[in-house]
Design a protein around this ligand. Structure first.
Ligand code: PEP
Ligand code: MG
Length: 585
């Protein structure tokens, strides 16, 4: 048994067989063979080794001829390794005695060999490890042949282990079969994490190198609450986690009783509790958990989930589905927030040196006005079907906001000319997620109908921490005193201007932090659907007076650790039994 620690990004526990996705997307579909199939499997391995050896020999000859013997020797070494008696005996033994499939025997053995080299501290040995991975790949490619499956074509429940999953790969995971996933890289608030949470797939990221320690088909436990991954768990651990899974289900069931109750505080203040979604399909889980509406619809996922550039009709269909399902409750549709870690067709073609400071979000929309207009037309059309609010992301200057509003005005005029219906009084708001917007917030609030504070980006830019970079993600603190002050300033400016302010960053899904937000004057929080019951429970167990006092004390503290510890303590006091199923941000 091996216990690995990573970053908890999507709560819940998953227990299942591992599927390892490397760059080539191989997976080992099955670990064991039937006793009577052993001979046939040994033959299959023998012919795979022969065919790979022929390929390597061919490479050796071609390279020797064109570049010289020295280069050809690289392949000669591969060939020698592949034909190594000890190695072949080990493959054979695992198939004969343990009834492993050739794929599993090959992968397990070669990864074990590679690990020995990787652990040696020299470049030479690291290179040898890569040679072994190369051989593993060649053998698997040959053995799996047609059986190589794509992630999207899974047919049985699995836990996906990968070096990295992009947000779009995550978006395309088949929820029916992917029980959980683990990646070697990634941070707590990257968009892969957000999608995982949206899809309610337990996930741990940022484990560091571990794929060499595990083979496809082995049992893995993903503890998305604690950020823990357990390889080859023993029986006792398995039993404990199975029990926890059951308990978790019971806890969720107990929160269900809150579904139809309002998120009123003990002193009778109504808190608007809406959900953040990425896909129209998520409205079901919002409705199932009694959301007051959709407070953030991240429309860029329409781009990330498809191969083709979405048309106006594609946009409209997606928005219409959400707006109609909300049935009178409001939907805040945010215009495209592509770029940085959310790459799609419209994103910069050249690799950017500093993508988080580059052509992303509203900047990208303003550069591609026709794409922006297509989306705005679809949002406006959807506004005829229910209560829609439109929101611009990552606004950093007044000029940017004004330009975005100009494009919106043009789109409205076009629809007027064409006689297409839309809500002429549609509320137009902006996200406050760049520190410059907070500095100028007294001006901004005169030009928008509402603001929504995006604490993920606000903290990222205020603290200069890339939220998806494992090396620095621990420095990301939503309750850093600097961030709390920025939030406070924004809320006060909105109050003075008489416009609503909400918080839609991940911070609002964290009960202890939501208390501070209420105390600072927030009356609308938008959270991941899975957090709706927990945050509702919090609202119903605190008074505004109590939260205000907590917020004032937190504001007076000078470091994030102290604030976090204080808030966790206050939460325990307010709600003695909270199940820690939501990761802190
Ligand atoms: C945020 O930055 O807080 C936010 C809600 O936007 P996103 O996470 O989509 O960047
Ligand atoms: Mg953001």
């Amino acid at each position: 048994m091996q216990v690995l620690q990573g970053i908890a990004v999507s709560p819940g526990v998953a227990i299942g067989e591992a599927v390892i996705i490397d760059q080539e997307g191989f997976r080992i579909p099955q670990r064991f063979v039937k006793r009577d199939a052993v001979d046939a499997e040994l033959d299959r391995l023998k012919s795979a080794i022969e065919s790979v050896a022929t390929g390597i020999a061919k490479n050796r000859d071609t390279v020797s001829e064109q570049l010289g013997e020295k280069y050809g020797a690289i392949f000669a070494a591969h060939l020698q390794m592949l034909r190594d008696d000890r190695l072949n005996q080990e493959f054979g033994r695992l198939i004969r005695e343990r009834h492993y499939t050739p794929e599993y025997a090959v992968s397990r053995t070669l990864r074990r060999y590679a690990k020995v080299f990787l652990d040696l501290d020299s470049t030479y040995h690291q290179e040898r490890a890569h040679d072994i991975f190369d051989i593993e790949k060649s053998l698997l490619r040959d053995l799996l042949g047609r059986r190589r499956e794509e992630l999207s074509h899974l047919s049985s429940p699995v836990v996906v282990l990968a070096h990295n999953l992009t947000p779009s790969e995550t978006a395309n995971l088949n929820r029916q079969f992917v029980l959980g996933f683990v990646t070697e890289i990634g941070g707590a608030l990257g968009h892969t994490a957000i999608v995982a949470k949206g899809m309610e797939i337990p996930a741990v990221v940022g484990i560091g190198e571990f794929l060499t320690d595990v083979s496809g088909g082995e049992f893995v436990i993903v503890d998305g609450d604690q950020g823990r991954v357990i390889l080859q768990p023993d029986e006792e651990t398995l039993a404990r986690y199975r029990h926890e899974l059951e308990e978790h289900k019971t806890h969720i069931a107990s929160l269900e009783s809150l579904r139809d109750l309002p998120a009123d505080t003990l002193d009778g203040e109504r808190i608007k509790l809406t959900a953040n979604i990425e896909f129209p399909q998520e409205v079901k889980s919002c409705n199932d958990r009694g959301a007051d509406g959709v407070g953030l619809y991240r429309t860029e996922f329409l781009y990330l989930g498809s191969e083709e550039e979405p048309t106006e009709e594609d946009h409209f269909q997606a928005y219409a589905e959400v707006v109609q399902a909300m049935d009178g409750r409001s939907t805040v549709i945010r215009t495209l927030d592509l770029g940085a870690d959310k790459m799609g067709h419209a994103t910069p073609s050249k690799e950017e040196h500093n993508p988080f400071l580059g052509l992303r979000s509203i900047r990208l929309s303003l550069k591609n006005v026709s794409l922006f207009r297509t989306q705005l037309r679809a949002i406006l059309r959807a506004s005829a079907l229910g209560t829609v609010r439109l929101m611009f992301p990552l606004i950093s200057t007044l000029d940017e906001l004004r330009k975005a509003k100009m494009v919106l005005k043009d789109a409205m005029e076009d629809l007027d000319e064409q006689g297409v219906a839309y809500d002429k009084n549609i509320s137009v708001g902006m996200m406050v997620e760049v520190p410059s917007a907070v500095v100028m917030i007294d001006q901004f609030v005169k030009e928008v109908d509402f603001i929504s504070i995006g604490t993920n980006d606000l903290a990222q830019y205020a603290l200069a921490v890339d939220r998806s970079n494992k090396e620095v993600s621990h420095l990301f603190q939503a309750v850093d005193p600097a961030v709390l002050r920025l939030i406070n300033t924004s809320i006060q400016a909105a109050q003075q201007a008489g416009i609503p302010a909400s918080v839609c960053g991940q911070m609002s899904s964290t009960p202890a932090y939501a208390m501070v937000l209420l105390g600072l004057g927030i009356r609308h929080v938008s959270v991941t659907p899975i957090a709706l019951p927990e945050i509702k429970k919090l609202c119903r167990n605190v008074t505004i007076e109590q939260c205000a006092q907590i917020a004032q004390r937190a504001l007076a503290m000078d470091n994030a650790l102290e604030i976090d510890t204080f808030l966790q303590e206050e939460l325990r006091r307010a709600i003695p039994v909270t199940v820690p199923h939501l990761p802190r941000t």
